[in-house]
Design a protein around this ligand. Structure first.
Ligand SMILES: Cc1ncc(COP(=O)(O)O)c(C=O)c1O
Length: 187
């Protein structure tokens, strides 16, 4: 028997909503459903400002542009992640400093972070692998002490929490993914 890599979550309303969007005459984005998405995330999780992009990959690239990554800037990124996390910063000319995982978890080992920081470091990117939170208190403390941006790659972490704080609300910027392999359910 062939076991599929994933089965996308379908609520049953998808085709009805697609038809509604098409019939609304606004099919290039930024219509009713875009607005519903923005409102849902801002209200439910208290995110200050949400912007729907075409993918998490695009959102990560926007994050790199927004923090003004330039050639020669160093960005600390976990070595265990999807390629988009790294590519977003490589495309702006950053030098990537890879941070290893802890011995017993794929998430980055915060104990190494300080030793990876140099005068050229501009940002730390954390990845909450499979929706499991990184140690954000430690990450934010180190980042604030060193005046660094923190980007949360929360692609796999919608509706996941660090203590009682939603992932994606702790760093300076965050990106989520709606790729069909990600965990979704009916709220
Ligand atoms: C950790 C991580 N970052 C980024 C991405 C990219 O997400 P998307 O497919 O929405 O561009 C993924 C998804 O594959 C991911 O798992």
């Amino acid at each position: 028997m062939k076991i599929p890599f994933n089965k996308p979550y379908l609520s049953g309303n998808e085709t009805r909503y697609i038809a509604e969007a098409v019939q609304s005459g606004k099919i290039s984005g930024d219509g009713l459903f875009t607005q519903k998405c923005h409102n849902f995330f801002e209200q439910r999780y208290g995110f200050k400002k949400c912007l729907l992009t075409t993918s998490c990959t695009d959102a990560l690239e926007m994050a790199a542009i927004l923090i003004d990554i330039k050639a020669g800037d160093e960005v600390i990124i976990p070595s265990y992640t999807f390629v988009s996390t790294v590519n977003a910063f490589v495309l702006r000319g950053a030098k990537i400093i890879f941070a290893d995982s802890t011995p017993d978890h794929p998430n980055l080992d915060v104990h190494q972070l300080e030793s990876l920081i140099t005068p050229k470091t501009k940002a730390i990117v954390v990845v909450h692998y499979a929706g499991m939170a990184c140690d954000m208190d430690a990450v934010m403390q180190i980042a604030n002490l060193n005046h660094l941006f923190v980007i949360e790659d929360a692609a796999q972490a919608i509706d996941s929490y660090y203590h009682d704080r939603p992932l994606g609300s702790i760093g300076h910027l965050a990106a989520f993914s709606f790729h069909e392999t990600k965990k979704y359910h009916q709220w």
